[in-house]
Design a protein around this ligand. Structure first.
Ligand SMILES: [Fe+2]
Ligand SMILES: [Fe+2]
Length: 302
């Protein structure tokens, strides 16, 4: 697989290294409510990875030893990203729905059991695995895995870029440190999915056609369907609204459009435009909590 050394990844994969991260310093700097809401979204998406994996393994991706070896390590790494955000929010004093319990350093893992169970129940009720279920149900095409790998590349790229955007905006030194460490993992994740996507898309015309068709019709930003639309829009509005955000979005589109058969695709830019339009139609008070909102007792703005 050109561009990714799977053997090396498998040998070096490990739990997020938080050695020396100054947890005691988290509460000494303000975590803005908008930052906390973005972090809660990111935490939820990271923690949801295992459910995404379940859907992925229901497809032909499960038949491919290279893919499943990667996924085995990937899901482990994502678990610790979720826990790292959980602890950061806990150290910053944020209590989240539905239990509003504090999360402290000595608490047993996994943290936020009730929240994760609550989100998974809500997702299940809404049948929000629509996208992947549709894809799994359609898995009659020879290299349908090409779509899954491209989908993964898009998710990882937007996660990676979102973390970079948060680093650019935040003034919290511990958050910058934490995100910098997580980004190292996300880069490797993206590299795997992109290399897989490139390989599979370059091999077959049908794979290219199906992938493009599905992305144009089914794709939505990572976290859509897992968290309410208002939360996805909020994060996009905070991280990608201004000129620097728009530039980042265009760069992501450029990277994806560089894959075989995906030239001219503008998924991110279109999603950004749609999210910003919704935010403008229904301007959201950043401190308001919606039915499934991220934050319940976030500190009020100064
Ligand atoms: Fe992650
Ligand atoms: Fe990742």
């Amino acid at each position: 697989m050109e561009g990714f050394d799977l053997d090396r990844y498998l040998r070096t994969s490990r739990k997020l290294d938080l050695t020396g991260l100054d947890w005691d310093d988290v509460s000494r700097h303000p975590v803005q409510p908008w930052e906390a809401r973005c972090l809660a979204y990111m935490m939820d998406i990271e923690s949801h990875t295992v459910v995404y994996l379940r859907d992925l393994l229901a497809t032909r991706a499960a038949d491919e030893p290279d893919v499943t070896a990667f996924l085995s390590c990937w899901v482990y790494e994502e678990l610790w990203h979720g826990e790292a955000f959980s602890r950061f929010l806990g150290e910053a004093g944020h209590r989240l729905e539905p239990d509003r319990l504090p999360v402290a350093a000595a608490d047993p893992y996994p943290s936020r059991r009730q929240r994760n169970a609550w989100i998974r129940r809500a997702v299940g009720r809404g049948g929000a695995f629509g996208h992947l279920a549709t894809m799994a149900g359609s898995a009659v095409v020879g290299d349908f895995v090409a779509l899954h790998m491209t989908w993964g590349a898009i998710n990882e790229l937007s996660t990676l870029t979102g973390y970079h955007r948060l680093i650019a905006r935040t003034e919290h030194p511990v958050l910058v440190d934490l995100l910098g460490r997580i980004i190292k993992d996300e880069r490797r994740h993206f590299a795997f999915y992109r290399a897989q996507a490139r390989l599979r898309l370059s091999r077959g015309r049908q794979a290219r056609k199906v992938t493009r068709w599905a992305l144009e019709r089914l794709w939505a930003p990572v976290g859509t369907g897992v968290r309410p639309q208002t939360e996805t829009d909020f994060v996009i509005g905070e991280l990608f609204a201004g000129p620097a955000g728009h530039k980042a979005v265009r760069e992501m589109d450029g990277v994806i459009a560089d894959l075989p058969g995906l030239g001219g695709l503008r998924l991110f830019d279109d999603a950004r435009t749609a999210a910003l339009a919704r935010l403008q139609r229904e301007p959201e008070d950043a401190w308001r909590t919606s039915d499934q909102s991220a934050l319940s007792t976030a500190p009020k703005p100064r």
